[in-house]
Every structure is written in structure tokens, then in C-alpha cells.
Design a protein around this ligand. Structure first.
Ligand SMILES: Cc1cc2nc3c(=O)[nH]c(=O)nc-3n(C[C@H](O)[C@H](O)[C@H](O)COP(=O)(O)OP(=O)(O)OC[C@H]3O[C@@H](n4cnc5c(N)ncnc54)[C@H](O)[C@@H]3O)c2cc1C
Length: 414
């Protein structure tokens, strides 16, 4: 029975349908939650190795999505000992009490936090309202515990119902920003897939008219992001720069890792040279050093000596922000300019352009503490809530490379 399911998975076909037709139907299928996850896992484990499949990443994505949609698989995965370990490592807990406890511990270690209440892709008005109310409760609890303003919150518009009612999500976002201000802190609006970028940035612009402390997020893997950075750098305000975590088409996003890194470096240089407050969201050691280097060199009025190369092509010059006085910076990325970056990093403590680092809860915790102890501002993004299963699985499915990301994080405490 299982063998036939395995066969269906390895062939990358509609496993559920094939498995039912091929002998996995009936009582076993119903009781065991179908063969979907078994065949998905086996397809991942053996399909690519056997060279049967031409698109292992696509197969992996399909397998993970198959697993993520089934409540019985959810039960199975949720109770597996390894899963609990992964969840405890990356998610603060299931309720506000746990979130506040984790935020307090991080604060005591000299770290700031941004709390994310899990539950994106809300497709129901009532749940969207509940989500906004839950943020209100969390913000009050953070204030009561004396954790604001060191703790802020991150909000996904899809958690506020943006996929079903954009106007409702916008109104609820205003409500959450007001609750944050009442609690003495602020909101950063997470960025989701590229189809939502324009709408999300428009909502952030609206929010900033009343709550100018609201943070925007941009994703370096999107081809449009340099232009967005120029606009945001000119406008000022808090801007989080991350690489991006969704599966995007090549028409919208850089695909090669080197291209994404180079784009990140260019975007970072634009934000650093601009009027706002850059939030450097990455675990990448080269980019971490680059941020410190750029901040130091810009403050000192020095710029990297020469235009470096990115891979096999010259790096583009970073355009100036519209401010006449904004410095024109080349993008340091190759070995020579990494040297320039670390010279800047070595000057930590000297007058420097303000910015902060941001990393995910559970990922490179040693580095988070090391940077904080070195006097850097470090904020940890802390997801919490009961919806962790969908969050974790969708993150993995959206970008299968994240499997390696989580695996590496589990192995390492550095
Ligand atoms: C605070 C924060 C907020 C985010 N918000 C969003 C958002 O709103 N929208 C969105 O799309 N994405 C968001 N992301 C996710 C982000 O887009 C990336 O998917 C994620 O951060 C991984 O990218 P990276 O920059 O760490 O680089 P990666 O390419 O994953 O890693 C780069 C390098 O970092 C090092 N490294 C990474 N992890 C480890 C480890 N555990 N141990 C040792 N070395 C390691 C390795 O040298 C690795 O080669 C956010 C990330 C953070 C940190």
C-alpha cells in the first residue's frame, strides 16, 4: 500500500488522487490522513537522488504544501518530538504570556524585539477583527510588563484580512498602530509576496501620515526594490531590508543567490545614505559587516575606494537619494571592499550613522548576543501564537531553500 503511494510521490503526480486509485484508498487512507505526507516525504528523499525528477525544488514545494493542508498530518507533525524542538526553537510560544516572557528574556540580554502574532492569510472578517484585537491585547501586555518601547510588533496585512477586504485590513492596521502608540511603541508592516508590494507600501504611506513611526519592509530579491529604497530613503522613516522569503517568478525577482546579495548591498547603501532609519534584517555575516562598514564610512565622510565587482560584472553605482547632500556610495561587495566594510566595522563605538540589525528568533542567537555586547542595536523578530504549523510549513513551501536555513539554524548556535 505504502509502496504504491511512494511510487506516486516519486513520479511527482497528483499523489492523493493516484494513491487513492492505486490502493491507498479506503479505511487506511481515512484513518492515517492519506498517503500524502508519506509520499511527499519519500518523493523528496528519493526522487531527486534517483534523478527521476527534473525539478526537485518544485517537487519539494508540492510535497510541503500537501503536508501543510491536511489537519491529520498537522496533528501527526505537531506531536512529533523533532517538530516540537523546531517549534520551540523558532516560535516563542502559543500565547501572550509566553511572548511576554520571551521578550523579557531577550530584553534582559540587551536585545530588542519585534513580536509577530502568527496567523497570516486570514480569509474571514471575524478572524481579521480578532487578529487586530489580539495585537491590541499583546501591546497592552507588553506595556504592562514595561517592555515598550524596546518591544514593537510586526504585522502582516493578510493577517488583518487584506486578501478578502483591503479596506478592512487598512482600517485594522490603523487600529493596531493606535494601540501601539498607546502602548508607547510602534508597528512594522511585514512584506508578503510580490503581488502585494504596491498595496502594502501604499498602506504604509497612509499609516505614516498619522503614525510616522510605522516601519516599512522591502525585499532585496525583488527587481523593483532599489527604486522602492530610493523612495523610502528620501521619505525617511524606519525601513527593514530583508532578502525576501517567498517563491517569486524570475520576472519579478532575482533568482541567483549572488544577484540577491548584490541587490541587498545596493539597497543597503541607498538606505544608509538616505534620511531614514535602516533595519538590517539578515543573518548573513558579510552583509552584517557591510552594514557596520557603510554606516561608519558614511559618517566619517569616507566612501569605499573603488567601484567593486559583483560576481563577473561591475557593480552598479548606487544612485543618490533626491537630497542634494546625500553621499554617492559605491557598493562594496567583492573581497577588497569587504575589507573596507570591516575597517568601518572596526570603528564601532565611534560616531556612526544610526541603524539596527534584525534577526529571527532562534537563528544565530550567539551572533545576536555578540553584536549586542559589541554595542550594536539588535532586534529579534519573535513569532508567537497557535498558528505556528501553517507558518513554518508555508515558509518552507514558499522557498524550499528555507529547509536548509532551518536545518542550519538547528545545528548551530553561533
Ligand atoms: C527580522 C526579520 C524580518 C523579516 N521579515 C520579512 C518580511 O517581512 N518579508 C519577507 O519576505 N521576509 C522576511 N524575512 C525573511 C528574510 O527575507 C529571509 O528569508 C531570511 O532572513 C533569510 O535570509 P538571510 O538574509 O538571513 O540570508 P541567507 O541567504 O538565508 O543566509 C545567508 C548566510 O547567513 C549565514 N547564516 C544564516 N543562518 C545561519 C545560521 N543559523 N548559522 C550560521 N550562519 C547562518 C550563512 O553564512 C548564510 O550563507 C525577515 C527576516 C528577518 C531576520
Amino acid at each position: 500500500m505504502v509502496g504504491r503511494c511512494v511510487g506516486a510521490g516519486v513520479l511527482g503526480a497528483d499523489v492523493a488522487g493516484l494513491a487513492k486509485r492505486g490502493g491507498c484508498g479506503g479505511v487506511w487512507w481515512e484513518r492515517a490522513g492519506g498517503c500524502r505526507w508519506v509520499s511527499g516525504v519519500v518523493a523528496v528523499a528519493f526522487g531527486a537522488r534517483a534523478g527521476v525528477l527534473r525539478d526537485p525544488a518544485g517537487m519539494l514545494r508540492t510535497a510541503l504544501l500537501m503536508m501543510s493542508g491536511d489537519p491529520r498530518v498537522r496533528r501527526l507533525v505537531s506531536t512529533a518530538p523533532l517538530t516540537r524542538g523546531v517549534v520551540e526553537r523558532f516560535v516563542a510560544g502559543e500565547d501572550v504570556t509566553a511572548a511576554v516572557r520571551v521578550a523579557g528574556g531577550l530584553r534582559d540580554a540587551g536585545l530588542r524585539v519585534s513580536l509577530d502574532l502568527l496567523g497570516e492569510d486570514v480569509t474571514d472578517h471575524r478572524l481579521a477583527e480578532e487578529s487586530a484585537a489580539a495585537y491590541g491585547g499583546l501591546l497592552r501586555a507588553l506595556a504592562d510588563a514595561g517592555l515598550t518601547p524596546a518591544a514593537e510588533v510586526s504585522v502582516k496585512l493578510s493577517a488583518l484580512g487584506a486578501r478578502v477586504d483591503a479596506a478592512l485590513a487598512r482600517d485594522l492596521a490603523f487600529r493596531v498602530c493606535q494601540a501601539a502608540r498607546d502602548a508607547g511603541t510602534c508597528v512594522t508592516v511585514d512584506m508578503e509576496d510580490h503581488t502585494t508590494t504596491d498595496a502594502t507600501l501604499a498602506v504604509v504611506a497612509d499609516l505614516r501620515r498619522e503614525f510616522d513611526e510605522t516601519g516599512a519592509v522591502v525585499q532585496a530579491y525583488l527587481r523593483r526594490t532599489e527604486a522602492d529604497c530610493r523612495d523610502l530613503a528620501a521619505a525617511g522613516g524606519r525601513v527593514r531590508l530583508c532578502k525576501g522569503a517567498y517563491a517569486e517568478p524570475a520576472s519579478a525577482a532575482y533568482v541567483r543567490r549572488a544577484e540577491v546579495n548584490a541587490s541587498y548591498a545596493r539597497c543597503l547603501a541607498i538606505l544608509m545614505a538616505g534620511q531614514g532609519y535602516p533595519m538590517v534584517a539578515t543573518h548573513d555575516p558579510v552583509l552584517i559587516e557591510l552594514a557596520a562598514g557603510l554606516a561608519g564610512e558614511l559618517a566619517a565622510g569616507r566612501l569605499p575606494a573603488s567601484a567593486p565587482t559583483v560576481g563577473d560584472r561591475p557593480a552598479e553605482r548606487v544612485p543618490t537619494t533626491p537630497q542634494a547632500e546625500a553621499p554617492r556610495a559605491a557598493v562594496p561587495w567583492d573581497a577588497a571592499s569587504r575589507g573596507a566594510a570591516s575597517r568601518g566595522a572596526a570603528s564601532r563605538g565611534a560616531a556612526r550613522r544610526p541603524f539596527e540589525y534584525q534577526m529571527l528568533y532562534g537563528v544565530r542567537p550567539g551572533e545576536q548576543r555578540r553584536l549586542a555586547e559589541a554595542g550594536e542595536m539588535v532586534r529579534v523578530y519573535v513569532p508567537c501564537g497557535r498558528e505556528w504549523y501553517g507558518y513554518l510549513m508555508r515558509r518552507l513551501a514558499e522557498r524550499p531553500a528555507n529547509l536548509l536555513f532551518f536545518a542550519r539554524a538547528l545545528r548551530s548556535t553561533a
